[in-house]
Design a protein around this ligand. Structure first.
Ligand code: FAD
Length: 577
């Protein structure tokens, strides 16, 4: 096994990982591992932009942004973290501008801003333009900027390396083991600080906006070390996934003025959110859509609705939403300047994840105790910016703000910490054995079939609307899938680019956290944000205004604990749009 040493090792090259690497790289020696080439990370698919209350196109303030984020998250977000997000969003936007991000501009040359769902001015009252964007290629531009700037800082990249284990001993993270996909060789990385920035996990659903790499790999890595996963029941379904596969049509399409119609030609949002209509938060719009579909008012009675942009005019569509136009032509053979786009809700974003403090340090007990040297940021983490439901454009901003905070915190930590303590074969033996055992499996089950069954059952049982009956069914089914997983064989004996092996590793992790999602969702007997229980339709602040912490015990069972929500500014109120 080849051994490497860096002060800081970052796992993941999306916006969170690259921002952390760039910042830490100013003073520390940094290595970044990514299972896909950095600029292919899912952040590059973000179209709509990143929220910051610059007030370039009308009155705005961070207080308004904070209020929207708190209310959008149905009061489950930690308000100290949310305050940091909305305040730091402003200087972080200017930092990216000064580093060269080619923002779209207003006629007078300021950073242009567009409206997005759930964002308002004057504490929920007026409209606001808050999303800073680069046409509809915002994430792509950020990713390229941060990659180039990380290279400039001398950050070393290990591309197409799949991290399979963390090495944590006595509450201290010392490094990790990764599989080099190109050669099939294992590598050990020793570091003073390790950051997980492994992104989201909506690939556990059949209809999803997420790229193939979004298999949530970071979560099982920490769960195995005894770290709980926080608020995993909160999974966002985006209202406009292209029918039938769920590829994302950005909310920018509604931000720019798109309408939603049902099969009767009615703008049905009138019934569900009369004042905010299509720009209500995503959980509200997705539930409205699913209700229309379930009650037979889909287009031609089917499983989809229409998103109509035609009234915006071809010029506006081609100038502000060029990627959406192209994507809809290519994947649905529809020209959206002339015809409405067929859409349906699609699994999109994970609000929950690895619990961290405000400096992105991972919390061993989910509450106060940190794992020394281990950090997490971006979509895989849960500092609890988004509570029970994320507002559009707050996520790339979270990845930037908290990736940046983490990078600075790690650089400071490694300055004060002792030398890197490289280990030897004894430390990596377990990780190596695990991979070798997978390689030599001869069972008859197929990973592809199990993955498809997982995705179909999560869509059916852990979708937009949930019930105890469906969730219990899923919890039980997870046991069956996990048993069958043990019988999956690997027929490809080659070492180079053995995708059968890498997909098997990913599937093992997906089964692990999908069970945690199902158990956490079954326990939460209320409806809040994206977690909507038909059998408990109301939000219950007395019982459930608290975060879920799900621990994977040594015997494989899941233990649930809870912790209070940080509420220091806005008290819970009824959420009406
Ligand atoms: C289609 C789409 C559009 C979106 N649009 C917007 C938007 O307009 N605005 C907004 O705010 N948010 C948007 N979001 C959400 C937002 O883009 C993501 O939440 C955010 O970019 C996640 O960034 P990240 O750095 O946490 O992870 P990612 O960008 O997903 O990167 C994860 C990284 O981890 C690496 N990785 C994962 N597992 C391993 C492993 N085992 N070993 C090594 N490397 C690993 C991957 O290679 C990758 O580099 C969108 C999401 C999607 C899917």
């Amino acid at each position: 096994m080849e051994h490497h040493r860096h002060d800081v090792v970052v796992v993941g090259a999306g916006i969170a990982g690259l921002y952390a690497a760039m910042k830490a790289g100013e003073s520390a020696d940094v290595g970044v591992l990514s299972k896909v080439y950095p600029t292919r990370s899912h952040s590059g698919a973000a179209q709509g932009g990143s929220a910051a209350a610059l007030g370039n196109e009308g009155e705005d303030s961070w207080e308004y942004h904070l209020y929207d984020t708190v209310r959008g998250g149905d009061f489950l977000g930690d308000q100290d973290a949310q305050e940091l997000l909305v305040k730091e969003a402003i200087p972080v936007t200017y930092e990216m501008e000064h580093l060269g991000l080619p923002f779209s501009r207003t006629p007078e040359g300021k950073i242009a801003q567009r409206p997005f769902g759930g964002h308002f001015s004057k504490f929920g009252k007026g409209p606001v333009k808050r999303s800073c964007y680069v046409a509809d290629r915002s994430g792509h531009a950020q990713l390229h900027l941060l990659y180039e700037q990380s290279l400039k800082q001398g950050v070393r990249f290990y591309n197409e390396f799949l991290v399979t284990s963390l090495i944590i001993e006595g509450g201290v993270c010392r490094g990790l083991v990764a599989l080099e996909i190109r050669t099939g060789n294992l590598h050990a990385f020793w570091a003073r600080a390790v950051m997980l920035a492994t992104g989201g996990y909506a690939r556990a659903w059949r209809v999803t906006s997420n790229s193939h790499a979004n298999t949530g790999d970071g979560l099982p890595l920490v769960a195995k070390a005894g770290v709980p996963l926080e608020d995993m029941e909160f999974v966002q379904f985006h209202p406009t996934g292209l029918y039938p596969h769920g590829i994302l049509v950005s909310e920018a399409a509604r931000g720019e003025g798109g309408y939603l119609f049902n099969g009767e030609g009615v703008r049905f949002m009138e019934k569900y959110a009369a004042s905010k209509m299509e720009l209500a938060p995503r959980d509200v719009v997705s539930r409205a859509e699913q209700t229309e579909i379930d009650e037979g008012r889909g287009i031609d009675g089917g499983e989809y609705l229409n998103l109509d942009l035609t009234h915006l005019g071809a010029d506006a569509i081609l100038e502000r939403l060029p990627q959406i136009h192209e994507l809809v032509v290519k994947f649905a053979a529809v020209d959206c300047t002339k015809k409405p786009i067929p859409i349906q809700p699609t699994a999109h974003y994970s609000m929950g994840g690895i619990p961290t403090d405000l400096d992105t340090r991972v919390l061993l007990d989910g509450k106060k105790q940190v794992v020394e040297g281990l950090y997490a940021s971006g979509e895989c983490a849960c500092v609890s910016n988004h509570g029970a439901n994320r507002l559009g454009t707050n996520s790339t901003m979270e990845a930037a703000v908290f990736g940046r905070r983490g990078g600075i915190a790690m650089a400071k930590f490694v300055r004060g910490a002792g030398p890197i303590l490289p280990g030897d074969e004894r430390d990596t033996a377990a990780a190596e054995e695990e991979i070798e055992a997978l390689r030599s499996r001869t069972g008859r089950e197929s990973a592809k079939v199990i993955r498809a069954e997982l995705q179909a059952s999560m869509t059916e049982n852990v979708g937009i609307f949930r019930t105890a009956e469906k969730l219990q069914k899923q919890v039980k089914f997870m046991q069956t899938l996990k048993e069958r997983f043990k019988e999956v064989g690997v027929s490809d004996g080659s070492r180079a680019f053995n995708t059968e092996l890498t997909e098997l590793i990913e599937l093992g992790g997906m089964l692990d956290f999908s069970e945690i999602i199902s158990v956490s969702a079954l326990a939460r007997q209320e409806s809040r944000g994206a977690h909507s229980r038909k059998d408990y339709p109301k939000r219950d602040d007395v019982q459930w205004l608290r975060h879920t912490l799900a621990f994977r015990e040594a015997d494989g069972s899941i233990r649930l604990d809870y912790k209070p929500v940080v509420i220091n500014r806005f008290q819970p109120e009824e959420r009406k749009y």
